[in-house]
Design a binder for this molecule. Structure first.
Ligand code: PMP
Ligand code: GLN
Length: 414
């Protein structure tokens, strides 16, 4: 491997997909819905596949299918309070993953520092390193103890002084993920203001990963950092159709921001995939056009999905607690981090060889109890992993019947 990838190891996804295939546990680890996407979205794809318009099966515009960038502009312009110019201020990517990659590769140079808030979606770190950058980590810290064994992601906060201490002349960017994966924290206005003010003071780019923007539970509200004063100019915001329409296999995402910054992403994208697949983009565009007619209404998917998810979240919190774990209630996203330490006396981890106990626990659970979670240290830098190795991450965007099965498996065992 060339130097840029020399430090790379198989990601937790590569490893745990293999594990799931080998042992076939009930998989509430990796984040994807196990139920159908909205029918009008999958119907749109079928329609596109069978369309008389042969061009739907051919290359579309490299930086984004025209119908999709126009729909994205219609959706986001009112949300960010400015008219987004579709061809120059939006890029369609191969999932939010590629949006992150193009943003990081397009801006980070050798020796540039990038601030990453922990726990973080695991690909940020290798992407920064691949660009020659230096990741600088700051963990969210739990500032209140659990009540009756249950915590809240709202109690996990950044220390403003510690954050300030990370900014310097070498700082190129900060990556903010709200709602956060894996913790589910939804950043408050005042927290985003602290970040924004430091970005402005040090002329730093803000990379805002907002793939869970619609999965926010009352009374919390999703705030786009690009809407804070003078932040549009320095923010790239990233979204995902996979999360938005429950079609993670479609791997269609986007980034939006000011044209001068977007140009840098366009160059990376052009020299990597050049263009994303046309049928998915056309279908996603039609999905957005439909939702735009009922935005904010009860039946709008962006309203109904979080309403349904909140019930699933509360059910999972209940059975994890009953099983003896100490979960953190997420304010957004579709994951729960839970402290499994009270269950350790029931496990025989002696055959597991991983360095961190969460890897041992989750692998042992997959093999012996038939339930798969994701180890939380995958979302932490090496120096901070030991402090968080008692957490497992579970995903609750699953059929009620499967959540019930997960509960049965856990409660039968404990
Ligand atoms: N960012 C976060 C925080 C995620 O959880 C995911 C999910 N995989 C991604 C980015 C990537 O999204 P996509 O599947 O659209 O590539
Ligand atoms: N975002 C999903 C998760 O966090 C899927 C990640 C992946 O498969 N790379 O579980």
């Amino acid at each position: 491997l060339p130097a840029a990838y020399a430090q790379s190891q198989e990601s937790v996804w590569v490893e745990y997909v293999k594990l799931a295939m080998a042992y076939k546990p009930l998989n509430i680890g990796q984040g994807f819905p196990d139920f159908a996407a909205p029918k009008y979205v999958t119907d749109a794809l079928a329609d596109v596949a069978n369309s008389d318009n042969a061009l739907f099966q051919q290359y579309t515009r490299g930086f984004g299918h025209p119908r999709l960038i126009n729909a994205l502009s219609k959706l986001y312009s009112p949300l960010v309070g400015r008219e987004i110019d579709p061809p120059n201020e939006i890029l369609v990517t191969s999932g939010a993953y590629e949006a992150l990659f193009s943003t990081i590769m397009g801006h980070v140079d050798k020796g540039d520092e990038v601030i990453i808030i922990e726990p973080f979606f695991d690909c940020y770190e290798p992407m920064v390193i691949a660009a020659g950058g230096v990741p600088k980590f700051i963990p969210l810290k739990q500032t209140k103890s659990n009540v009756n064994g249950i915590g809240s992601s709202a109690d996990w906060t950044l220390d403003p002084k510690e954050l300030e201490g990370l900014f310097n002349k070498k700082t190129k960017a900060i990556i903010v993920n709200t709602p956060n994966n894996p913790l589910g924290k939804v950043f408050e206005q005042n927290e985003l203001e602290i970040i924004a003010n430091l970005c402005k003071k040090w002329n730093v780019l803000c990379i805002s990963d907002e793939v869970y923007e619609w999965m926010v539970y009352k009374p919390k509200k999703h705030i786009r950092i690009a809407t804070l004063p003078d932040m549009w100019e320095r923010t790239i915001t990233i979204g995902s159709a996979g999360k938005t329409f429950s079609v993670t296999g479609w791997k269609t995402g986007w980034a939006y921001g000011p044209a001068n910054l977007m140009y840098n992403l366009q160059m990376v994208h052009q020299n990597c995939v050049y263009t994303c697949n046309t049928p998915m983009q056309e279908a996603v565009a039609r999905g957005f056009e439909y939702e735009l007619t009922r935005l904010g209404q009860d039946e709008c998917y962006f309203v109904s999905l979080p309403r349904e998810l909140e019930v699933k979240r509360d059910y999972m919190i209940k059975f994890l607690t009953e099983a003896g774990m100490k979960p953190i209630i997420p304010e957004g996203g579709y994951f729960i981090m839970a402290d499994f330490a009270p269950l350790l006396p029931r496990c025989d981890l002696s055959k597991e060889t991983d360095p961190y106990v969460d890897y041992k626990f989750t692998k042992w659970m997959s093999k012996n109890i038939g339930l798969q979670g994701i180890p939380s240290t995958a979302f932490y830098s090496v120096p901070h992993k030991p402090q968080y190795e008692n957490f497992v991450r579970y995903c609750f965007i699953k059929e009620d019947a499967n959540l019930q099965k997960a509960a049965d498996i856990l409660l039968k065992w404990t």
